[in-house]
Every structure is written in C-alpha cells, then in structure tokens.
Design a protein around this ligand. Structure first.
Ligand code: COI
Length: 354
C-alpha cells in the first residue's frame, strides 16, 4: 500500500495488548491502541493524525446524535504465516463508503486520506492483527456530523475516524432465521444500500422480537409486499438451490456486500451457475419442501460466511440439510480464508500489503 500522506503519530505510553485474550475474542469488544482521526470544516479536510484510542468529548447538540448523519464501513486485516499483514479489498470498502457519504449528504473522503490513514494505522497497530485461525483485525472507518446546532439541515462539520478491533468468529453456531413479514429494514427509495447508522437502528426492534422468539436473525423481505427476500440480519444472503447459487440482486434496498461479491466471483471461477435476481419467499419455501434447497448462508465482513440451519416462515420451521453434509459454503469459506491469509495465491488481486 502506498502512503500518499504521512500523518503525525502520537503513540500510547503503554500498550493494552497484554490485557487481551486473543484466543477468546468477542466481536468488537477490545480495541487496538491507536485510531486515525481527521476533521472536516469550511469545506475541506484538515490535518489527520494517529493518536491513542480513547474517548472524545462532544457537545450535547452534536448533529449526528440528533439527526443521524452517520455512516461506517467494515473491513479486515489478516496475518500471513510469515507474519506479514494484508488487508482484504480496501478499495471496495473505500468506494462504498463514499457512496454512503453521498446518499447521506456528507462530504466524500478523498482516496489518499482514506488509504493513507488506513495503512499507517494498521502499520502502527500491526501487533494487534491476530494470527489465530479464524481471527482477524476488524477495521471500522466511520464518519459523523459534528455541528453544534439543532436546526435540521445538512451539517457543515464532520469527523472521519478509523478504529480497529481484533475479532474471532461473529456467530458461534449455525443460524435460525425468521422470514420477516411485518417490519421493514428499508424501503425502495430509502437508504438501504448505504451503510448508514440509522438502517441498523431501525432493525433492532424487529430483530429483538425474533430473538425473543428463539431466532438468531431475521430474513428481511421487501417493504412493499414482504414476499421477496433481501438480506439476513447484517449480512447478504445466499442459497444453493440444486447446483445454482441464488442470491437477491443488489439495488436500492440491499447493501452491495464485498463478501457477497467475493463469494460470487469464487463460485463463477469454479464454473458454477450464479443467479442474481429477485428471490421470492415462496420459491425458497418450496425449494426447502422439495429438498432442492441444499444450503443457505449469510455473507458479510463481520460474519464472513454464516451457515443457516433453519428458515422459519409463517409459523413453520424449514430445516435445511445438516451442516456436516454441506460442501459449497465450507469450501468457499476455506478458499476465501486461505486467500486472505496468503496460504493460497491471490488470483483476483484482492489483498493489499501493509
Ligand atoms: C460488517 O459485516 O462489517 C457489518 O456491517 C456488520 C456489523 C454491523 C457488525
């Protein structure tokens, strides 16, 4: 990774790394020693810096807290067996971040700021990239509006920051998901394809209802008819029907997942049939009944590939084939993991060395 800018670095007096149990990482619970921070005002980005991770003070009227101009990304850095650090597809996350920024009327972050901040931060905190199998350093770039003003308007000041968290598996068991027929995550014309904080806030209540009823996650459906599948929880969703990989086409209501795209590239590379289109609930239920639904799984940065064991729809549990008998998702996960850790050749140019 080439650094266009060299940011000033203030290092921690004492690293917190010895307090972290790298063999038992909870997602997003521990944070690396440093963070990258840069502020925007008067129509331009100021001087970025890398500083010790820690709390910020803010005015209670800070715009993001009231009107939700807040966006984020998620990407991961991996350690190779030789101890080198590499980041998975940062360009894709950078591009999506700025698509989210535009949708939320926030300033775009120039590529050289995003990439230089990212690579310098990961270099400073490279000891925080876990080498344990299945673990990685989750990187969270985000931006919030910082105006101290209660009028509803597009803010004039913003903060862009990057923080990092060493993580293991997001889900510890196969998922039971419930087809959501009442609530909506987003609607056509809304901000569903932006990684905007508010999308996640709106999903919490229906997700809690499903979790109280014994499910891990929801299978979101379209807001207009609740009959077409969109995403599962915080992930894109994929199905193996007979020998075809079927997944909802991305558009205004579905996030353009980087893991989703990577799975499809690997599947096509194996010569498999890949079908990106509208996917009806009815089709999935009848494929499950007929035994043609071989696999279902979520795909996302945090979750990577999360197998689905049960789809609950309109009061009925559809049990999918046992996880141990599945071949597609586990082998894709293996290949993806090996590309990320450098154990398999990076044929698609996805990995960026730090
Ligand atoms: C990610 O996979 O990066 C996500 O967006 C999930 C996150 C909200 C935990």
């Amino acid at each position: 990774m080439t650094d266009t800018f060299s940011y000033p670095v203030t290092r921690v007096a004492q690293s917190r790394i010895s307090q972290v149990d790298f063999d038992n990482l909870r997602f997003g619970a521990a944070f690396a020693d440093h963070m990258f921070v840069i502020d925007y005002k008067d129509g331009q980005w100021g001087q970025g810096e890398i500083m010790p991770y820690g709390p910020w003070t803010f005015d209670p009227s800070m715009a993001a807290l009231h009107y939700g101009q807040a966006i984020f990304e998620g990407l991961k850095a991996y350690k190779t067996p030789q101890g080198n650090v590499q980041i998975f597809r940062p360009q894709a996350n950078f591009e999506r971040f700025n698509e989210s920024a535009k949708r939320m009327s926030m300033p775009v972050v120039p590529e050289e700021i995003f990439m230089s901040g990212l690579s310098q931060l990961i270099k400073v905190d490279e000891n925080w990239v876990p080498s344990q199998k299945g673990s990685s350093l989750y990187i969270r770039p985000f931006m919030v509006s910082t105006d101290e003003f209660l009028g509803v308007r597009i803010a004039e000041t913003y903060r862009f920051a990057i923080i990092c968290s060493p993580v293991g598996q997001y889900y510890s068991e196969p998922l039971k998901v419930k087809v959501e027929r009442t609530f909506s995550r987003v609607a056509e014309g809304g901000s569903g394809n932006a990684k905007a904080a508010g999308n996640y806030a709106a999903a919490m209540y229906p997700t809690k209802l499903a979790q109280d009823a014994g499910f891990h996650q929801l299978l979101w459906t379209d807001a207009a008819t609740h009959s077409f599948i969109e995403e599962s929880g915080t992930m894109n969703v994929m199905f193996l029907i007979d020998d075809t990989v079927v997944t909802p086409a991305v558009g205004g209501t579905i996030l353009k997942g980087v893991t989703r795209n990577s799975v499809l590239v690997l599947a096509k590379d194996r010569g498999m049939k890949v079908d990106e289109r509208r996917v009806s609930v009815e089709e999935i239920v009848s494929a499950a009944k007929d035994g043609r639904l071989k696999e279902a799984f979520g795909a996302g940065t945090a979750a990577t590939i999360a197998p689905i064991s049960v789809i609950h729809c309109d009061g009925v549990d559809y049990h999918l084939p046992p996880i141990e008998t599945r071949t597609f998702a586990p082998s894709i996960l293996k290949e993806l993991t090996e590309i990320r850790t450098g154990e398999t050749a990076d044929r698609f140019g996805w990995m960026v060395q730090v």
